[in-house]
Design a protein around this ligand. Structure first.
Ligand code: 5MM
Length: 339
């Protein structure tokens, strides 16, 4: 794939009114989600849940791409079509999580490094053959006393940049996700400082590895107060701090920033995205790549029962529509009422 094809794919993932569904929960995470609704996790129940989401009528109006997990990219819908083919037939780009998870960083208690570079070139070629057009790798950065360490930031930035270069070589658009966690009592300023440092090092590493910025997307956290902070910043403050941080460190050549929700409520994630887009224009498209903030109410409504499938799909389509509007800065609170 040429560099202009990569750039075109990246731009189509952040097309107006659209964003990405992160449905790449590893089996452990998906099992926790299913436990939460009293459903035993098995290959069959995970397939039924993902199939419910991917067959949602009208999803393609607001979802440009779906990030899949290794198991999911190999599964089929009830009509026998492979999930990537089903998505592609609806104009939704299939993507794939390619990291193998965050592992304890030696000598740095409380910190992790995301692994998965060994054999990645071969796995990317296989995923491309299975229909993937983009990929995702998530690094996890914790805030705490003395954290994050320079070793954690540098190691994760380097791994993300090497992953991104391999993706572009394989013709896949890399989504680069360095997530600064919301966990902790830190305030907005501390999150801004750490996010600025994280992203600054990230773009240095991407440059060092020769990653073409036009053919990638950034998936960051918003600059937000810690979940246990005594007072939490409001929507306008979060939007202003996030934009200030990104203007300082994210080059304008990057076509899009697709936020993670990171534990924000569905409504918070939508409100924050909308507020930032209302403060535009910006050098990059500002969109979403939400997991929990798109799925949580649909998962609860589905509850593993076939008779709830349509209701859950309507709820998922509604969250996608609200975030599609927020992605353009035209969400209103009244849109939250489902018709
Ligand atoms: C959907 O969750 C993703 C996979 O997580 P695990 O590897 O831990 O199972 C996760 O990477 C996700 O893509 C991002 O964190 C965004 O999801 P949220 O829920 O934060 O919007």
């Amino acid at each position: 794939m040429s560099s202009s094809d990569l750039a075109a794919t990246a731009r189509s993932l952040v097309a107006p009114g659209k964003g990405i569904l992160a449905a790449d929960e590893s089996t452990g995470t998906m099992t926790k989600r299913l436990d939460g609704i009293g459903v035993a996790s098995s290959e069959a129940t995970r397939r039924a849940y993902r199939g419910m989401l991917f067959e949602t009528p009208g999803m393609e109006q607001h979802i440009s791409g779906v990030i899949l997990y290794d198991e999911t990219i190999r599964q089929q819908a009830d009509d026998g079509r492979a999930f990537p083919d089903l998505l592609a037939s609806r104009g939704v780009l299939p993507g794939i999580k390619v990291d193998s998870g965050a592992k304890a960083l030696a000598g740095h208690p409380g910190e992790t490094v995301t692994e998965g570079l060994d054999g990645l070139r071969e796995r990317l070629a296989e995923y491309r053959g299975l229909g993937a057009r983009f990929a995702k790798w998530r690094a996890v950065i914790a805030i705490g006393p003395g954290l994050p360490s320079p070793a954690c930031l540098e190691t994760n930035a380097h791994a993300l940049a090497r992953y991104a270069a391999l993706c572009q070589e394989a013709g896949l658009v890399p989504i680069v996700e360095p997530e600064v966690l919301m966990d902790g009592a830190h305030d907005l300023d501390r999150c801004e400082t750490v996010t600025t440092e994280t992203l600054g090092l990230q773009f240095e590493a991407l440059r060092a590895q020769g990653v073409q910025l036009e053919g990638m997307l950034l998936k960051p956290n918003m600059v937000i107060s810690g979940t246990q902070a005594p007072t939490r910043a409001g929507v306008a403050e979060v939007a202003a701090a996030t934009l200030r941080c990104f203007r300082r460190v994210v080059p304008a050549a990057v076509p899009g920033i697709v936020f993670l929700s990171g534990g924000q409520s569905d409504l918070e994630a939508t409100e924050h995205l909308d507020a930032m887009n209302r403060m535009g224009p910006h050098p990059w498209q500002l969109s979403f790549s939400y997991g929990r903030a798109l799925q949580a109410p649909a998962l609860a409504a589905w509850a593993g029962k076939a008779e709830n499938r349509e209701t859950a799909q309507r709820i998922f389509a509604h969250r996608a529509a609200c975030n599609g509007a927020a992605r353009d800065g035209r969400w209103t609170r009244s849109m939250e009422q489902m018709g």
